[in-house]
Write a protein that binds this ligand. Sequence first.
Ligand SMILES: [Zn+2]
Length: 512
Amino acid sequence: MTFTITTPLYYVNDRPHLGSTYTTLAADTLARFQRLLGKQVNFITGVDEHGQKIERTANQNKISPLEHCDYISATYIDLWKEWNISHDKFVRTTSSSHKQFVKKFFERVVSSGDIYMGNQQGWYCVGCEEFKDVSKDNNDPICDIHKKPLEWRDEENLFFRLSKYQEQIELLINSKDFIQPKARQNEVSNFVLSGLKDFSISRVNISWGIEVPGHKGHTFYVWFDALLGYISALYDTSNLDSISELNIDGWPASIHIIGKDILRFHAVYWPAMLLSAGLPLPKKVFGHGFLTREGQKMGKSLGNILDPKVLIDQYNAEAVRWYLLRDFQFGQDGDFQHKRFVDLVNNDLANTIGNLLNRTSTMARKWFNNSVPDVNRESIVNHQFSAEVKEYVSKYLSSMEELRFDKSCQYILSLATSANVYLNENAPWKKIKEPDSISIVAVDLYVVLESVRIVGYLLAPLLPKLSQSIKSQLAINDLDSNFVESLRWGILVPGTILPIPEPIIEKIDVQK
Ligand SMILES: [Zn+2]
């Protein structure tokens, strides 16, 4: 039961931005969820460190390319720590084990007869590290993405026989579930049906890269290098002999989570390379959308970039995680709106969940010896509220499997809202004043506390720290508990001493 999940290896030309943080956060949530289901998870992330752009940036800053890579990689590692990302492996493509793996992989592709020397002519964008489909007659073409002049290249490159895999790739991309969300399948399909062309996998005169064995002066094209990080992360270089078999524990990946702009590389080029090397194909490629800010594309020129480091320094990490996971349908584009962020965090987390726990716990402590009320087991197991909870839990589980984190958050909220309604309708603060009402009040409070306990568990993969605070407030020590079992109704132990309630999350003060 292994589950291997990857984020892209981020290009270290610059510090991490919100887009890569969003991808990593979603992958983290899924990784945590799969671990809770008992799977052996390999959560792989890392950085792509080669290429001309890195070399030039380093030169401009008067440092060596490796110094530049060390610096940027460290900012990623630090940021993931602050965002509470639970990755198991952090790949750096400058590591010696990665380089060894790339060479080994290349040998296998060569022996499949899929590599040949050819001439590559065309307009090249260093930013994209890509030849552009622009006519030779065009005198000063610029890159649509980078708005910078393209450079004319005319060089001998090694080519990979992508065209040979036309039929296999067609079958693959049309297979159910391989490309997610479904809507992105068409775009890739059109590209493949237009006919796959061989692509060059080496560059000359770029020293900052992995040297191609047997071809002096050639280094690997960054994509032929970086994609292999998904496997080099899993592969044990201490046992070099065994790699002729390339039986790699944890491969194939269960899912590659990426931004929609690099879908083609993952759904077409990468599978063809794997077929050539005789390795199993990943099971799923999920291309998510992009984030804008207050309706505008984020960019340096607009000066409206949301820095994930600043965001996390300014607000509670759990607050930001909640907003990104709850408000945006993963897969679609999303718009970061500050007011909405504040409203959702305050309403959902502080009020709907936090206050519910706080006031119920306060009443239980006051009337039941600082503890979870002692209730008759029967009255809880068959309680009318349990059916509703069961339904939310089951819907939550299936939406987590579908990566619909927004829906999962909604089911958690629906459960908390229903518990609020239940509490207000039953008004134990009135009932307690009536004679012989103590056993009825006990059940009411137990039902609400038990609902909050389940909310606490459901939050575990999404907001791990908040989940932990809820459990602590209910005096639950769950180191060895089974996640799905913990979602069963009626587990909260009567008589458990409740600590003095504290807010589980601070409200965001807009004035500050
Ligand atoms: Zn470009």
